[in-house]
Design a protein around this ligand. Structure first.
Ligand code: CP
Length: 308
């Protein structure tokens, strides 16, 4: 059986195009499983997974929990706010205490970039990064690319994908760039100059500050949330002005001479990066992304466990 080239999923930067294709092929099978009347398979019976969330989450946390249950794994859920972290325990002590209870795999979201790679060199369990600060969110990028492949009916090579919005504070942007480039897509980031980090120029992506021209260029626009909780200074004058210059509206999509696909990883700031008629409209595949997240996470859990 083919396997992944890694025993952790820390970031897309560290995996190969073959790994991504294997995850997609495995997720195709699991998507079929979760659409059956009986949605469960015994693949991870006797495996225990700890979901450690040191930061808020709706989609990723629920999606991992469902993926683990569909695979018949035992799960424990940990939220930092109600744990002994608030009494001053270190991350490593917290995780080692959880692992002492015979946990095999760790899914972790943490506000510090690099928290997962730090743990991966110190603990014996497999680690899956569920988002580390502004660094990477690998399973989001995998489910995004899987959803594009499904919507466009195959290979992403040569497809034009725009990532629009708050690139500076986004872990989704960086993981998407690595994933889409490994699959041969052409990638452009678009947003106000203050929200595009200078180092993106060195990643081999196009950079634009013109959202209308970017919509004309792309086949798919992945629109990112303005992350106000990570902005301690003002990066643009007001949300109203951001929407006026960079928000995607139905009128902008109607003015194009072609159909494009709109994506958003969620949660959405309605009326900021997307108007409600786009967030609820026929161009977007936002809920398909969420559905695909369960199958993709089942694939990642299954393949990492198989590597043991
Ligand atoms: N897309 C995403 O990571 O959403 P959550 O923060 O709700 O998990």
């Amino acid at each position: 059986m083919k396997g992944l080239s890694t025993r952790h999923l820390i970031g897309i930067k560290n995996i190969t195009a073959d790994d991504i294709q294997l995850i997609f092929e495995t997720a195709d099978n699991f998507k079929e499983v979760i659409n059956r009347p009986i949605k469960k398979v015994p693949s991870l019976r006797d495996i225990t997974v700890a979901n450690l969330f040191f930061e808020s989450s709706t989609r990723t946390r629920v999606s991992f929990e469902l993926a683990e249950r569909r695979l018949s794994a035992d799960t424990v859920n940990f939220a930092a706010s109600s744990s002994s972290v608030s009494k001053g325990e270190t991350l490593l002590d917290t995780v080692n205490n959880i692992l002492a209870m015979k946990v095999d795999m760790v899914v972790m979201r943490h506000p510090a970039p690099g928290a997962c790679v730090y743990l991966s060199t110190r603990i014996p369990a497999n680690i899956i990064n569920a988002g580390d600060g502004t660094h990477e969110h690998p399973t989001q990028a995998l489910l995004d690319a899987f959803s594009i492949r499904e919507k466009l009916g195959g290979d992403l090579a040569g497809k034009k994908i725009a990532i629009i919005g708050d690139i500076l504070h986004s872990r989704v942007a960086l993981s998407n760039v690595f994933c889409l480039q490994k699959l041969g897509a052409k990638v452009r980031v678009c947003g106000p100059p203050t929200l595009i980090p200078k180092h993106y120029g060195a990643l081999g992506v196009e950079i634009s500050h013109d959202v209308r021209e970017t919509l004309r260029w792309c086949d798919v626009a992945n629109v990112l949330r303005i992350q106000l909780e990570r902005q301690d200074i003002k990066f643009f004058p007001s949300l109203r002005e951001y929407h006026q210059y960079f928000g995607i509206t139905k009128q902008m999509l109607d003015e194009l001479d072609k159909e494009i696909v709109i994506m958003h990883p969620g949660p959405i700031n309605r009326g900021v990066e997307l108007s409600s008629d786009v967030a609820d409209g026929p161009h977007n595949i936002i809920l398909q992304q969420v559905e695909n997240g369960v199958a993709v996470r089942m694939a990642v859990l299954y393949l990492l466990a198989a590597g043991n």
